[in-house]
Design a protein around this ligand. Sequence first.
Ligand code: NAI
Ligand code: MG
Length: 501
Amino acid sequence: MADFQLFIDGAFCDAESGETFDTIDPSTGESLGTVAKADRADAARAVAAARVAFDDGRWSAKRASERAGVLKAVAKGVKDRAGELAEWETRDTGATVVKAKAADVGGAMFWFRTMAEFAPLLDEPEALPQTMAPGPSYNYLQRDPVGVCSAIIPWNFPLQMAAWKISMALAAGNTIVLKPAPQTPVTATLLAEILRDAGVPDGVVNIVPGPGPGAGEELVSNAGVDRVSFTGSTEVGKQVMRMAAGTVKTTTLELGGKSAQVLLDDADLELAIDGILYGIFFHAGQVCTAGSRLLVGDALHDEVVERLVARAADIRVGRAGDRGVTMGPLISARQLETVLGYIDVGAKEGATLATGGEQLTADGLDAGFFVAPTIFSDVTPDMRIAREEIFGPVLSVLRYSDTDDAVRIANDTSYGLAGAVWGSPSKAQRVASRLQAGTVWVNDYHLLNPKYPFGGYKQSGVGREHGLLGLLEYTEAKHVHVAIDQSRASKRWFDMTVPQA
Ligand code: NAI
Ligand code: MG
């Protein structure tokens, strides 16, 4: 029996093949236990369970206010097991203790609670404009659940993203099959227990950790799935879109980014320096919204680079669970190799390495996957380190000449997920309005909130998650027309029986 099992139709089980894989602690490289390895057959079984659970109405036919009660109980369950969840998230994913507690566990609670508040809004049909011609009618919009949802999530915020997808799917009355990333499956299986204990009926949520090419592809192509929600790399996102096309599934994609932080000359530098560092180095840069490009005007450039480098020296890199550590490891040996590869590319392209640039190995860190906070200056917009998502602790600093130039450079990217402007609010807000990105923070960074929509312009994604806008994407919109006048004479049909003039 695997230490961490699949959760299908309300029961924990091993994979049909009996195969398992190890999940490791990226701070130490050590195994944390075995995980049942879902393959296509397991994913298909989970979809079948979700299909039956949806079709018989055990969840979808409940009033939204009743579903909200269960979601609140889930939030309470997360709260009751917060310590245990945070500890596992730290070990399984390399999240610092603060990140695990506040962002992962705190975020999970926040999403379940907020979606519980939003759910009852779906019970009230939305009145549409009245029409008198050709006859009087009453019109309204009813929101139906889409059906069986599948969700595929990455390894950077596993508990929080599981909570995003599950809370929205359930609030709207859907059933769901979720595939965590193979690097970080643990907290999703704990969440399965919490959901069960909170009263989510069997089959309504199913969890199948396993590799993308097997279980993942099944979840995207299976005809029993109505809607796919994917978060991960742009490359796989493109494949997901193609596979989902086979049965015309509604698809939302939340993909990569190369988000710009625009520093204006009137910014409060004391605040901005720390904010910029948080924007790039939070979770070692493994964040889809990471502010990996800093745009600085010529006048401030040298001072800002100097201050960033000095302040970056205060970042405490180490094993995620250790006291005082503010930046943990990368997720895997592969990600370490990718990030070091990009650092090499940056140097070869002619950027100046202002700080960092190496793997950290002292004091036993060589067993994990640690990279020093790295800052490149003299980066130009054509360089790969200015264009490609690195997904590690690497900041590229670019110069701009004036505000128009800053906006042009910021938007000169195939991505458009997020960004920030640091400066006086009135000026910064004008620049923010010109950025092509789904979320822009003014004098802040990395604040996602279940109340506000989130998603990407351009190749950063399709659709929105969160907020009422995101929740509505988990529904089908049904227009209902009720004729008020029931007399035959009032009907100006293109009549089949009345001879035409
Ligand atoms: P990935 O896109 O391969 O993995 C994300 C999820 O997709 C995982 O659950 C994976 O098992 C699944 N998956 C992989 N191939 C699949 C397929 N053919 N069909 C269905 N599901 C599939 O990302 P990976 O390889 O872990 O990271 C590579 C790069 O992707 C990172 O360096 C980063 O640039 C980007 N990334 C972006 C994320 C974001 O939050 N937007 C999160 C993780 C990675
Ligand atoms: Mg792990």
